[in-house]
Write a protein that binds this ligand. Structure first.
Ligand SMILES: *Cc1c(COP(=O)(O)O)cnc(C)c1O
Length: 395
């Protein structure tokens, strides 16, 4: 059977999506029309947060979060080395200093014990914030991070790019959806084509804090406001004020219209991702040469800490990762590696980080491989992927 190349992730665009975008093109608004607020409202409702601010992309979202929280020269922030570089870069954009703490080898998430040790190794007030990442779609235990943050007067930005729809169950038996603002001060999402909701470029910040919400609206549009209640003076109907050094980080109407249309299918996509994961889990469980990262928790023995994995990625760990990667590629299966630890990037090395600084992250990187995971992955394609993975490991 001849297969088309199978990527690790792919967007899903329907006729409905296309219609929604074309309608916007025929409307009076190409940017900042009615679709922007409509998408923000729908997204906030979906995630369960009070406020949502759409922005140009996930990286812009991180940048604005750092600015809204007052990151500047001398501000020190802790994040994970197993993430996309933007999670750390946003601190540098704002002039702050990045600190990494190592990951938990079981989950590849930022290890709270390591964060605690790092904080306690420095004088009080040394750090200002933490940026945990719901890596692969597996929710970070933000309840625990909040407790730690409160102890040390820190803010939290949750990088939830991988996890729209994911949740964990907190100590009060409440499901806490990733990005809902219950524990983190701010959370961010991306609508890059490989993410759950794909608009090409696009991003969202969610929060329950009205002060940060106001600040984000200002920073997204050049720091300019026409809001009468905020103006220092008023010269007439044309009058506006630039009150902060902001940016043009707006997400246009065309793309927010696409986002609204995609959001309607988000639950279906999530369900499909879970099905795909379950099939992989079943095929790979108990294989001696393969470890599944964070296998789904419908079989978890600890119901009180139930987790709903949003499955942006399906990650396996194998000794001969390069061999498997090359073998799959020769079979038109384009697996991917997430991530090369950020602190090993040449730029971060130039800031003084060294290989060996975060051994768990580096060890994880040696073995990880993300298999194809997207809602339109066909059953026969997944069968082919499974067969090839097993064929390589069993040879
Ligand atoms: C995709 C992603 C980003 C950046 O989003 P863009 O929209 O591509 O700028 C940031 N953090 C994580 C974890 C991501 O996966």
């Amino acid at each position: 059977m001849k297969m088309k190349p199978i990527p690790y992730g792919r967007q899903h665009i329907t006729d409905e999506d296309i219609k929604a975008v074309v309608e916007t093109l025929q409307s009076d608004f190409l940017t900042q029309g009615p679709k922007v607020a409509e998408f923000e409202k729908a997204f906030a409702a979906y995630i369960g947060a009070h406020y949502a601010v759409s922005v140009a992309n996930g990286t812009a979202a991180l940048h604005l979060c750092a600015l809204a929280l007052g990151v500047k020269a001398g501000t020190r922030v802790i994040t994970t080395p197993i993430t996309f570089a933007a999670s750390a870069n946003c601190i540098l954009y704002a002039g702050g200093e990045v600190y990494f703490a190592d990951v938990d080898p079981e989950t590849a998430l930022l290890d709270i014990q390591k964060v605690k040790t790092l904080i306690e190794s420095k004088p009080a007030g040394y750090f200002s914030g933490i940026i945990p990442v719901d890596f692969a779609g597996y929710p970070v235990d933000l309840e625990a991070f909040r407790a730690l943050a409160d102890e040390h007067n820190l803010w939290i930005i949750e990088d939830a790019c991988h996890a729209p729809g994911g949740y964990f169950v907190d100590a009060n038996a409440q499901a806490q959806q990733c990005g809902n603002g219950q524990f983190a001060d701010l959370a961010i999402f991306s609508f890059h084509p490989v993410k759950h909701i794909a608009t090409g470029e696009g991003g969202m910040i969610t929060t329950n804090r009205p002060d940060l919400y106001e600040q984000l609206l200002l920073l997204r549009t050049h720091g300019i406001t026409k809001n009468l209640a905020q103006l220092h003076e008023n010269h007439g109907g044309w009058y506006y004020e630039m009150q902060e050094l902001g940016y043009n980080y707006r997400m246009p109407d065309m793309l927010t219209a696409l986002g609204i249309s995609q959001l309607k299918r988000a639950d279906g996509g999530l369900k499909r991702r879970q099905e795909i994961a379950r099939k992989y889990d079943e095929a790979f469980a108990s294989h001696p040469q393969l470890k599944i990262l964070n296998p789904a928790v419908y079989r978890n023995s600890e119901p009180e800490k139930e987790i709903f994995h949003a499955y942006h990625l399906y990650v396996i760990l194998v000794e001969d990762r390069k061999g498997l990667y090359d073998y799959l590629k020769a079979n038109q299966i384009h697996a991917q590696v997430h991530y090369i630890p950020v602190h090993t990037m040449p730029y971060y090395q130039s800031l003084g980080f060294k290989k060996g600084d975060f051994p768990m992250a580096e060890h994880y990187y040696e073995k990880c491989l993300s298999l194809p995971m997207f809602p339109t992955l066909q059953p026969e394609e997944q069968d082919f992927v499974i067969a090839k993975v097993l064929a390589y490991l069993n040879q």
